[in-house]
Every structure is written in C-alpha cells, then in structure tokens.
Design a protein around this ligand. Structure first.
Ligand SMILES: [Zn+2]
Length: 244
C-alpha cells in the first residue's frame, strides 16, 4: 500500500471519529456515549500524550465541547472483520458511501505522511536486510529493529557487546591494522571469528557452560540483558575481556 493511501486511511479513520463526536454533540442529550473504532492507529494516537496531530487536536476540541455539556464519551477499539454486527454494518455503509457524490474531501496533513514514511522506510530497510544473501550480521540479528531489552553497562561493556555483535574485535581483526595474516584458532586451526570463540570452539566449552552462554551466536548475542551479562562473564573467564 502506498504512503498516500495509508495516510489517507488514517485521516479517514480519525475523520470518522470527529463525525461521531459531532453527531453526539448534535443530539443535545446528556448521557454516556461509547465510540467504537476498529482503527488501532487512531485509538493509539488518541491515547498518546505527545502525539502532535491535527486530527487529535480536532477530536480533543469536540470531546471537550461535549464534556462541557455534561456528556461522557468513552472510546473503545474493536477488532475488525470478526463478525461484530455493528462493525460489519458500519463497514457496509462505508462501502455504500463510495457511490455518494457528496464524498468527503479533505487534504492529508504532512505530519500524517511523516509517520507513515518513517514506518515505510523501516519496512523497506528490513526487507533489504532480510533479502541480502551472505549478510553475516544477520547471523546475529534478523531484523533492523532496535533492541528492546537493552543491557545498560559501562561504556567499556557497551563497546565490547557492540563489537561482538558486528563481529569486529581486536582479537579477530587487529591483523588488518598490522598488515598481518588473519588469525586462526590454535586448537582447531579454523579462522578465529567471534562466532568461533563464542559458540563453536571446544576449547572454551567449560567456560561457556559455566557462564550460561549457548552454542548459538544469535542466542548468545540476543536482545537479552541477562545473556549480555553471561557473555561478559564468559569473556572474563577466558581472559578475553581486555582483547575485544
Ligand atoms: Zn577453536
């Protein structure tokens, strides 16, 4: 779906809420009203304090106007297309309105586009990331989305974890600076890589087990603060902490 269409849908969903509020105000009957919407993005935007959106401003003005008259309005998200009678009827009426010549015409604000474009850019980046053949970094992380369970350690610990995740450490890549040949594991005679050290080399099996580091580099360097602590413990036990 293109950005224009997505921004338009958000505008239409918010527009529907403003129309519902106008209808409530027009009733001139004090009471409690329930506004149901199947738009998750609209209901999320209403709930966020910091969201700057002209639709939210307009909805707030109408909401306050209704409340000043003593009316209470509750908003509820309902899942779409699951057979909820009212929702199906609303969808049906929305389809019929496509033939209406007095169709509602309203421009889409650039801020609405900005949100959609940001999301779209991440999707595209992620698709590119996932589709690339031979992407070594994907062995560690399969999406471009930021880590959530971020380990907050000292600057040195943060640097160590980042270097392990990108696979470039002093231990494995110092040879480039010294114009030397790539190092090999003295026990296995295989290329010395972060993956080999952290997950494969039998030399460190015992330290790996004691520190609780799995034999899988993606799990070992996962979005998991406890695992990050285990990895740092492993590096100290193998005397590699200062060589990363
Ligand atoms: Zn080895």
């Amino acid at each position: 779906m293109d950005q224009r269409k997505m921004a338009g849908i958000f505008a239409a969903e918010c527009g529907a809420i403003t129309e519902a509020l106008r209808w409530i105000i027009g009733q001139n009957r004090v009471g409690t009203y329930l506004v149901c919407t199947d738009s998750f993005s609209a209901i999320t935007a209403l709930g966020k304090r910091k969201t700057k959106c002209r639709w939210k401003d307009e909805i707030n003005i109408l909401h306050n106007q209704a409340e000043c008259n003593g009316t209470e309005i509750i908003y509820m998200w309902v899942k779409s297309h699951v057979g909820i009678a009212g929702n199906e009827k609303a969808d049906e009426e929305a389809k019929q309105s496509l033939n209406d010549r007095n169709i509602w015409d309203r421009s889409v604000d650039f801020k609405e586009f900005r949100t959609v474009i940001k999301k779209r850019a991440v999707w595209r980046w992620n698709a590119e990331w996932s589709g690339k053949v031979g992407n070594k970094l994907r062995e560690v992380k399969n999406s471009v989305l930021p880590y959530r369970d971020v380990f907050v350690g000292s600057r040195k610990e943060d640097v160590i974890l980042t270097r392990l995740r990108i696979g470039h450490t002093l231990l494995t890549h110092q040879y480039l600076l010294e114009k030397d040949s790539a190092p090999r594991c003295t026990r296995c005679n295989l290329a010395l890589t972060v993956k080999h050290i952290l997950a494969e080399c039998p030399e460190f099996e015992e330290q790996r087990r004691r520190a609780g580091v799995p034999s899988n580099v993606r799990e070992a360097l996962a979005d998991d603060r406890d695992m990050a602590k285990n990895v740092l413990k492993f590096l100290k036990a193998t005397d590699m902490y200062g060589k990363v």
